[in-house]
Design a protein around this ligand. Structure first.
Ligand code: PDD
Length: 280
C-alpha cells in the first residue's frame, strides 16, 4: 500500500512521522474519512468543506489547497487500485521539537499531513441485512464535537463497552437526549417521520447525514431535527445510523429492547438504496 506523507507517496513501511508530532502528543489534529465506491470518491466536496471548517476552528493551517487534496485522494485511489473502501486523511499541527502546550508558530512548524487508503466492501454489507444492536452510554466527550479532531479515546471506549455487552455500537446520551453513535449520526423513525438530533456543537455534522436528509426530503419523507431520548427510540418504528463508512445502517435493538419488528425497517432500507443509487 502506498501512503501519502507530507508531499511524498511512499510504501507504508516507510511512512513515518516524528515522535514530536502534536497529533501524537496532544491529539492536536483533525481528520476526514471519505468513502470510495466503484473507484469514485463519495462527497469529496462535503468532506473538504468540513475539513476547512475544523482547521479554522482550531486555528490550524492546511499544508495543501483543497484542489491539491482532491488530486492526492485520486492519486492514492489509482496507485492502490481501490475499487471500494475508504481514504483516511489527517492533518496535525506538526512536530515541534519542544513539547509545549502553546501552539507553535505555523511559519516555524508547518502542519503535517498524512493520507492512506483502506480497501473494504461497503455497499454489499451483511450487517445492513440484519441490522445493528446498540447500547446507550453517557456522552463524556468534550464540548466541541462539531470539530472532527483525532481525540477518539472515549468513542473507542464506547465501542469496547458495546463489544463487552455483546453488541455492535453505543449511542451516547447527554442531558437525557441521544447525541450520536461512537462514529456515526443517530436516527429514529416514528409514524413515517424521520427524527435526528439538530446540528450544534454537541454532534459532528455528518456529511452522510446532510446527503441522506436531502434525499429523504426529495422523496417527500418528513424530517424533524430535534433531540430524542432512548425511551422514545425504543418505542420508535425504526432506528438507523449514517456515516461515510456505513452509509445508512439499520439499528434493530437498543439496550436489549427490539426496535419495531426487531429487523431492518422499510425507511432505513429505502434510504440506503437511495443513497447508494445517488452516490454511484
Ligand atoms: N466517523 N459522528 C461521529 C462522532 C463520527 O465520528 C462520524 C464519522 C459521523 C458521521 O459523519 P460522516 O457522515 O461525515 O462520516 C458522525 C468516521 C466515519 C470515522 O471516524 O471513521
Amino acid at each position: 500500500r502506498i501512503v501519502y506523507v507530507n508531499g511524498d507517496y511512499v510504501p507504508e513501511a516507510e511512512a513515518k512521522v516524528s515522535v514530536f508530532d502534536r497529533g501524537f502528543l496532544f491529539a492536536d489534529g483533525v481528520y476526514e474519512v471519505t468513502s470510495v465506491l466503484d473507484g469514485k470518491l463519495i462527497d469529496f466536496e462535503g468532506h473538504a468543506t468540513r475539513l476547512e471548517r475544523s482547521l479554522k476552528e482550531l486555528d490550524m493551517a492546511s499544508p495543501v489547497t483543497m484542489d491539491e487534496l482532491l488530486e492526492i485522494h485520486r492519486e492514492l485511489v489509482r496507485r492502490n487500485e481501490v475499487a471500494e473502501g475508504m481514504i483516511y486523511l489527517q492533518i496535525t499541527r506538526g512536530a515541534d521539537a519542544d513539547r509545549d502546550f502553546a501552539f507553535p508558530d505555523p511559519e516555524k512548524v508547518p502542519s503535517s499531513i498524512v493520507l492512506f487508503t483502506q480497501s473494504k466492501k461497503l455497499a454489499d454489507s451483511p450487517a445492513a441485512k440484519v441490522g445493528m444492536k446498540v447500547i446507550s452510554i453517557e456522552d463524556q466527550r468534550w464540548g466541541r464535537r462539531d470539530i472532527k479532531t483525532v481525540q477518539l479515546l472515549y468513542p473507542s471506549m464506547g465501542k469496547m463497552m458495546a463489544k463487552a455487552a455483546g453488541k455492535d455500537d453505543a449511542w451516547m446520551v447527554e442531558d437525557g437526549a441521544v447525541t450520536e453513535g461512537t462514529s456515526n449520526n443517530a436516527y429514529i423513525v416514528k409514524d413515517g417521520v424521520i427524527v435526528t438530533r439538530h446540528l450544534g456543537n454537541e454532534i459532528l455534522h455528518g456529511i452522510t447525514r446532510a446527503a441522506v436528509l436531502r434525499f429523504a426530503r426529495e422523496a417527500q419523507m418528513r424530517v424533524e431535527e430535534r433531540p430524542f431520548t432512548i425511551e422514545e427510540a425504543q418505542g420508535a418504528d425504526e432506528a438507523f445510523i449514517t456515516s461515510a463508512s456505513t452509509f445508512v445502517m439499520p439499528v434493530v435493538e437498543i439496550d436489549g429492547e427490539a426496535v419495531g419488528s426487531g429487523t431492518p425497517g422499510p425507511v432505513a432500507t429505502r434510504l440506503r438504496e437511495i443513497y447508494l443509487d445517488e452516490s454511484r
